[in-house]
Design a protein around this ligand. Structure first.
Ligand code: PSU
Ligand code: MN
Length: 305
């Protein structure tokens, strides 16, 4: 039997040297951002992380192999697959066993990345935004498995909140029901991805050290420790006001409904529609907040080490 996880040489080395490691999600790249810019962004994010003396571990599945950290050669394989139009899938937590059995390739969502980071012994990872409770959830029951993963897996997730394509108050309610701490990085308000605020209050934290204290207290207290959601607002200069985004979002959701798009296709469809309608402004904002989350994630990884 092959080992379940393939750790890159640099990640193995970082583990051996007790160097801090930050895991990175890949669906945000494969399905949240356009090709070929997504691969450039991947490189930029990894470079930022390395400059901060933290080893980036991009998590992705290629031909059924679960990679914790990818090499240059594997990035080229991914690029080739994308260029040739091969089916690069989106893998949530439940899709991983199938992907390994049938040698599929794809990006891992927040839920899948949490699970795989945990298995690899990595405690923190950075992403763009988490999935959550979708608008019209009471008709569709569409609630992201990211919330289930946050409820069950003790990994710290650094995000810019969740996208306003979701029903944000309902998403926060579910996180509260599941006992998941939601912490605002130097903010009292939950950020809404492209926008810095959404009017919902959360607990404020001032530094990475306090996150480590909270994480360790949770591990000691909870019989079943959960994840922790760190919400880091997009930088001011890259913010798109909620009022401006909201009309595009409403239109994108209506378009998805008209085209009968549901399930895991929904989020990528909405993101692509927003990128088009905002003439790339949403992509720019997405990149800025990703970089920002890597920086905070790296600080937390160092603090936990
Ligand atoms: N939110 C974003 N960009 C993304 C995603 C969410 O702003 O790319 C991706 C993440 O990978 C997240 C997933 O985990 O979508 C959630 O998908 P679903 O709603 O199908 O669970
Ligand atoms: Mn869903």
């Amino acid at each position: 039997m092959q080992p379940l996880l393939t750790l890159s040489f640099s990640v193995q080395q970082a583990i051996a040297e007790k160097k801090p490691i930050l895991a990175m999600e890949s669906t945000v790249l494969t399905h949240g951002l356009p090709f070929p810019k997504n691969l450039e962004i991947l490189q930029t994010l990894e470079d930022i992380c390395r400059k901060l003396a933290v080893e980036p571990a991009t998590i992705i599945i290629l031909d059924g192999k679960i990679h914790i950290g990818i090499t240059q050669a594997e990035k080229e394989i991914l690029q080739h697959k994308m260029e040739s139009g091969e089916d690069i899938q989106k893998f949530g937590m439940r899709d991983i066993p199938y992907a390994t059995a049938y040698k599929k390739s794809g990006g891992t969502t927040v839920s899948a990345t949490m699970l795989l980071a945990y298995k690899a012994g990595i405690k923190v990872f950075a992403t763009g935004g988490i999935g959550g409770v979708h608008r019209f959830w009471n008709e569709t029951l569409d609630i992201s498995s990211d919330l289930k993963a946050l409820a069950e897996i003790p990994v710290i997730v650094v995000s810019a909140g969740c996208k306003a394509i979701l029903e944000i108050p309902a998403t926060l309610e579910v996180l509260e029901s599941y006992g998941v701490p939601v912490l605002g990085w130097k903010t009292d308000e939950f950020p809404a991805f492209y926008s810095r605020t959404c009017g919902k209050k959360i607990d404020r934290i001032e530094n990475a050290k306090d996150i480590a204290v909270i994480y360790n207290a949770m591990l000691k207290l909870y019989p079943y420790p959960t994840g922790i959601l760190v919400a880091n607002p997009v930088p001011e200069k890259d913010e798109i006001p909620y009022s401006k985004m909201d009309k595009y979002i409403t239109a994108a959701i209506a378009a998805a409904k008209a085209k009968n798009i549901s399930g895991k296709e929904l989020t990528p469809f909405l993101l692509a529609d927003l990128a088009e309608k905002t003439k790339g402004q949403s992509v720019q904002s997405n990149l800025a907040l990703l970089k920002n989350n890597i920086i905070i994630g790296a600080q937390i990884a160092k603090e936990l080490q």
